[in-house]
Design a protein around this ligand. Structure first.
Ligand code: ADP
Ligand code: F6P
Length: 320
């Protein structure tokens, strides 16, 4: 192994830069040539590939986004697109590829691996929706951003004795809602994995308000089957309380990564380089029980994510 490439793909996530920095610097330290591929699989197909030096990744550890830029590539989903991507890697003599992205990006990496490329997948997404790892790069920062918003909204919600419904990201996975719900003291959460009873939530809001609770924070993950507006309307009608909607949207994707995401990005990237240097087969790298792990890429992607019901139950218990 002499030359490796690195790309970021799918939704950006804070901590991706920390991972790119570590791939470049650990790679150079291991005697490898490292190539940065811009705009994910789109840039790979178009040959947007540049050699990277140690100083090219200076001053990015603390920044959100990704210096390599990212993309969702429809072209890459086709066989012709994937063949072009492989040809491009061969043209540049790249023998190992580090893919930093979510479920879709890692599936793309798996396809390249089936075509003969050595691929190391790093879990880069705020969604925390990958089954093989306890946490993904960017999740901790996104939850911290949501918590900051909850604190502020709780102040004004208390002052006006209102209910505030906060919409967070997560189309298929409710982890952002789940973790920010427990850490932020939400009364209820609505997540795609569970069908919640809106009438029960409304009863709880009324009972707690009569008991002196002034604020009421409800969190809905974007993938829940009722829309945020439907939830707001139902709560307002059934509780008689003024109810406001706040959609946090892309705010959750930006910002300086937390310690946790910088360390996770850096350690998983260092592991990826170590494995490529050893000429390992393709792997998905993550963290389980606070230990960096590397699983067979195909098997890792088949692992189903389990919802943490303990956390869900605690929100129920504490939000009365
Ligand atoms: P994420 O990686 O954050 O889940 P996407 O699902 O948008 O984001 O995936 C990013 C890119 O990875 C897609 O634009 C596409 O090029 C590629 N990709 C997604 N799903 C697949 C798949 N099932 N097979 C191959 N490539 C895929
Ligand atoms: O996968 C990360 C994510 O932020 C999801 O939580 C969200 O549904 C989606 O990306 C938004 O994607 P886009 O940037 O394409 O609007």
């Amino acid at each position: 192994m002499r030359k490796i490439g690195v790309l970021t793909s799918g939704g950006d996530a804070p901590g991706m830069n920390a991972a790119v920095r570590a791939v470049v610097r650990c790679g150079i330290d291991a005697g490898l040539e490292v190539y940065g591929i811009s705009r994910g699989y789109e840039g790979l197909i178009d040959g947007e590939i540049n050699r990277m030096g140690y100083r090219d990744v200076s001053d990015i550890l603390h920044r959100g986004g990704t210096i390599l830029k990212t993309a969702r590539s429809e072209r890459f989903k086709t066989e012709a697109g994937q063949r072009k991507a492989m040809t491009m890697l061969e043209t540049f003599g790249i023998e190992g590829l580090v893919v930093i992205g979510g479920d879709g990006s890692l599936k793309g990496g798996r396809d390249l691996s089936r075509m003969g490329m050595k691929v190391m997948g790093l879990p880069g997404t705020i969604d925390n929706d990958l089954g093989y790892t306890d946490f993904t790069i960017g999740f901790d920062t996104a939850v911290s951003t949501v918590l900051d918003a909850i604190s502020k909204l709780r102040d004004t919600s208390s002052a006006h004795e209102r209910t505030t419904v906060i919409e967070v990201m997560g189309r298929n996975c409710g982890d952002i809602a789940l973790f920010s719900g427990l850490a932020g003291g939400a009364q209820a959460i609505f997540i795609p994995e569970i069908d919640s009873d809106i009438n029960e939530v409304c009863k709880k809001i009324v009972i707690s308000a009569n008991d002196g609770r002034r604020h009421s924070i409800v969190i809905r993950a974007e993938g829940y089957h009722m829309t945020s507006q439907e939830i707001v309307d139902a709560i307002a009608t059934k509780t008689g309380r003024e109810t406001k909607l706040v959609v946090l949207s892309y705010l959750q994707r930006g910002g300086s990564p937390t310690m946790h995401d910088r360390i996770l990005g850096t350690r998983t990237a260092a592991k990826a380089v170590e494995l490529l240097k050893e000429d390992s087969t393709s792997k998905a790298i993550g963290i389980v029980d606070n230990t960096i792990v590397a699983y067979d890429l195909e098997e890792a992607l088949n692992q189903k994510r389990e919802l943490n019901m303990d956390i869900h139950n605690l929100i129920e218990t504490l939000g009365k």
